[in-house]
Design a protein around this ligand. Structure first.
Ligand SMILES: *[C@@H]1O[C@H](CO)[C@@H](O)[C@H](O)[C@H]1NC(C)=O
Ligand SMILES: *[C@@H]1O[C@H](CO)[C@@H](O)[C@H](O)[C@H]1NC(C)=O
Ligand SMILES: *[C@@H]1O[C@H](CO)[C@@H](O)[C@H](O)[C@H]1NC(C)=O
Length: 507
């Protein structure tokens, strides 16, 4: 037995007795032309990485030069480490592996998949004829095993800063840590996941595929429709599906998989864009839906995330039965909003409603609010145009009151910030004794009629405008804090029926 071991060791030694015969990974990458782009853009003379290439057991994935022509990756100094693993994997071994950890453990893992005879690392295909360069490090007498594979795309963890390898739930909670731009937010879907207590699915350490819809694609109707089953329909369990290795038009079952709702999903490419297509069956009938994949292939420690344009599994089976007039038509036809409508006409503010492709959330004070202030000889402190601007939120998708309540909850009952024509508006929206209230500037304003749906947005009618008042016979200077406060006391008596309360009233 001892003999046998000795023989094996001898053979091993003979094979590797002259490590200098082989180039180390570092030498090879520095010297040979197929690796120049990788060398200058990613290895980039990173000293720590070069030492590892000299001395460590390693597998390295090198994107071919051509890969850099179509790559969107940001070339940060630590991107090199997402191309390296301490695990030594020849092609044969890779073919039997499901994932590799990168040398920086805070990165997501490298996910391995196979399609026909090809092997993929995340969304990058291994080019077998240029791969499997096996060599040894400069460590000790015989060195440690090293292998180089060439891939057709740059690997990108996309995350810019993390404490630990992120899960799909971390992604939902802190998408701003990913390099996706500030406009990509997912708080609507996160809120629904929390409401339905399905966080565990996004934390599950199993290797799932997650489709996450952007806020910009969730209008009030879709927000309302997202429930447990719909969220289940956004997860393909136990498959980590990157777009390139996944065959098109092959249906995968989602977690929505019972008699109530059954959803299968498949990838489809149309006109150069990737879509996720869904088929849905349930007690309500059958339906088909599509959503565009806006950002594909975001690796996380428990699978892969694809950001999609709108939620899956929600489709309108009938033509909208609604009146569906525009915001401006609605305003002009409702006699109880004349004050605000006329203010908008006089100042030219209403022109904004005729712009295409904008969507509006408009808080409109009821006429009765103005009558009350007139009786008391009060006038707003601000100019008409400033008041109007503060009441108009412009976003990719309008906000229902229910959505605003959920966002307030998700923000732990602190102010949420919305973009208006006149800069950021900080408010909370709450349910108090069954009624909706908006809290602005320490005042509680009742929303007396929420959610008038219009073609280009939604109107919420308020019991009072979001502005401060002063007595007409006083200059602004004379309105000291104390006097000012008393005004609100007086006003609050008037407003009690109209539903407005001051902070003091609530305390
Ligand atoms: C991977 O394994 C499969 C069989 O399990 C085989 O058909 C395929 O050729 C292998 N691919 C490589 C690159 O070794
Ligand atoms: C509005 O959006 C559509 C589709 O996105 C586009 O074709 C059109 O040019 C846009 N119109 C304006 C005025 O931006
Ligand atoms: C809204 O204003 C109109 C006109 O002033 C008034 O008749 C109506 O009662 C008000 N609605 C509410 C809910 O206060």
């Amino acid at each position: 037995m001892k003999c046998l071991v000795l023989v094996v060791v001898l053979i091993d030694l003979c094979q590797n007795v002259l490590p200098q015969r082989y180039k180390t990974l570092n030498q090879k990458i520095q010297q040979e032309s197929p690796y120049t782009e990788f060398n200058t853009r990613i290895l980039n003379n990173n000293r720590e990485a070069r030492l590892k290439l000299h001395y460590e057991q390693l597998t390295i994935f090198v994107p071919e030069n051509a890969a850099f022509r179509h790559s969107q990756a940001k070339y940060r100094s630590d991107l090199i480490f997402y191309h390296m693993s301490y695990e030594y994997k020849t092609l044969d071994l890779l073919n039997k592996t499901n994932s590799l950890s990168s040398v920086i453990l805070e990165n997501p893992p490298l996910w391995i998949s196979r399609r026909d005879r090809d092997i993929f690392i995340n969304n990058a295909k291994i080019i077998p004829e240029k791969s499997n360069y096996i060599t040894r490090s400069r460590t000790g007498d015989s060195g440690k095993e090293q292998v180089l594979h060439v891939i057709d795309s740059v690997l990108d963890p996309i995350i810019t800063s993390s404490q630990s390898s992120p899960s799909a739930y971390d992604f939902l909670q802190s998408i701003t840590n990913w390099n996706l731009g500030a406009a990509k937010t997912v708080s609507n879907f996160l809120t629904k996941v929390q409401e339905t207590k399905l966080q565990y699915i996004f934390k599950q350490n199993a290797g799932h595929t997650y489709f996450i819809p952007l806020d910009s694609g969730i209008d009030p109707y879709k927000f309302k429709m997202i429930n447990k089953n719909i969220i289940f329909g956004h997860v393909i369990p136990f498959y980590v599906l990157f777009t390139k290795p996944t065959p098109e038009n092959v249906a995968f079952e989602s977690l929505a998989n019972d008699e109530d709702v059954y959803i299968v999903l498949s990838f489809e490419e149309k006109y150069g864009k990737m879509y996720i297509k869904g088929l849905m069956k349930g007690s309500f009938g059958e339906g088909e839906f599509f959503s565009e994949i806006i950002v594909p292939n975001i690796p996380v420690n428990n699978g892969v995330v694809h950001l999609i344009s709108q939620p899956l599994g929600i489709y309108k089976r009938h033509l909208k039965p609604f009146p569906y007039v525009s915001v401006l038509e609605k305003l002009s036809s409702n006699p109880e909003n004349d004050v605000f409508y006329n203010m908008g006409q006089k100042t030219g503010f209403n022109k904004i409603f005729t712009k295409e492709n904008l969507s509006f959330t408009y808080f409109v004070p009821n006429d009765s609010a103005w009558t009350l202030t007139q009786n008391d000889d009060l006038e707003p402190v601000e100019k008409d145009l400033d008041i109007l601007s503060r009441h108009l939120i412009i976003s990719e998708s309008p906000y229902s009151v229910e959505q605003l309540v959920s966002l307030t909850k998700a923000n732990k009952f602190t102010d949420i910030e919305l973009q208006t024509k006149g800069g950021p508006l900080r408010i909370m929206v709450l349910i108090i004794k069954g009624d909706y209230y908006l809290r602005w500037n320490n005042r509680y304003i009742k929303i007396i009629r929420p959610d008038y749906e219009c073609t280009n947005g939604v109107i919420h009618i308020l019991a009072s405008p979001m502005t401060n008042f002063r007595r007409k016979d006083m200059t602004l200077l004379e309105v000291g804090g104390k006097v000012f406060k008393e005004y609100w006391k007086t006003l609050s008596e008037y407003y009690e029926n109209a539903g407005m309360m001051t902070q003091e009233d609530r305390d």
